[in-house]
Write a new protein. Structure first.
Length: 265
């Protein structure tokens, strides 16, 4: 049976007994010195015990997803989920739509009878080109802030998780069930930074809406993305890799991971 080394933060350590944050399956060892300590975790060989993976634990990017109720990010996403369920996420204030809201609503009109794939492509492209990338520290004066869809539309700027949350709201307004979508916080092993994307489950596949590219790709085409945690249907999950050989693990406490690198292109 495949083995799993789960991601660990202080909360996970309490729940599972000090298990490392993530397991990386890489073709060659990754040197800790190659990463900036300000943006990435230090990397060290995994020595903690593994957790057996069940066949039904399949997660995005070929990972294993473990439910985790004490995920701090659940509180950060809660106001956005409230907007989505109340129908106020993408609306016009005082009867007047901002340019960003108008662009998203125009996308709805074009794809009202389209396939799910066409809706995803349209929403991904529209939001990538309507919202300007900006770091949380520049927009909200804090290192990590998960803006609601209405906040992002009002400011017309945000960082990667703000793009992902807004895309989730837009697809939900188009009839896609929230339980079929997940905000995924990950580590980009190629660019060496933390990032966030929207994953949509359909037909047994995970499709990734990313502010780094307009094309919606299946997760299997993004091998450099290592998922750390996700939120789907209002529930939190920790992700780990099925590994068969040497293992690498990140030592960064999960609550200190602040996604927000990369510019749409």
């Amino acid at each position: 049976m495949a083995r799993l080394v789960t991601l660990a933060g202080r909360g996970l350590a309490q729940a599972f007994g000090s298990i490392d944050l993530a397991a990386l399956k890489t073709p060659a060892p990754v040197a800790a010195a190659a990463f900036s300590p300000e943006t990435t975790a230090s990397v060290k060989p995994a020595t903690r015990p593994s957790i057996a993976a069940r066949p039904d634990d399949g997660g995005v990017f070929g990972s294993v997803a473990i439910p985790f109720k004490r995920l701090a990010a659940l509180k950060r996403l809660a106001p956005s989920l409230d907007e989505m369920t109340s129908g106020s996420a993408i609306s016009c204030g005082a009867g007047k739509c901002t340019e960003a809201v108008s662009a998203v609503k125009a996308s709805f009109a074009k794809t009202s009878q389209a396939s799910l794939r066409d809706k995803m492509n349209a929403i991904n492209t529209t939001i990538n080109h309507t919202i300007r990338y900006a770091r949380d520290i520049d927009t909200y004066k804090v290192a990590d802030y998960w803006a609601t869809p209405s906040e992002t539309l009002k400011r017309q700027q945000g960082d990667c998780e703000d793009f992902a949350i807004l895309k989730m709201a837009a697809l939900n307004a188009e009839g896609i069930d929230l339980k079929d979508m997940a905000i995924v916080v990950l580590f980009d092993q190629k660019r060496h930074f933390y990032h966030a994307v929207l994953s949509v489950s359909a037909g047994g596949n995970h499709y990734i809406l990313d502010n780094m590219r307009d094309e919606v790709l299946a997760d299997s085409r993004l091998p450099d993305y290592m998922p750390l945690y996700s939120i789907a249907g209002g529930k939190g999950y920790l992700h780990g890799s099925r590994v068969g050989g040497s293992q690498m693990a990140s030592a960064m406490p999960i609550e200190k991971v602040a996604p927000g690198e990369g510019v749409a292109f």
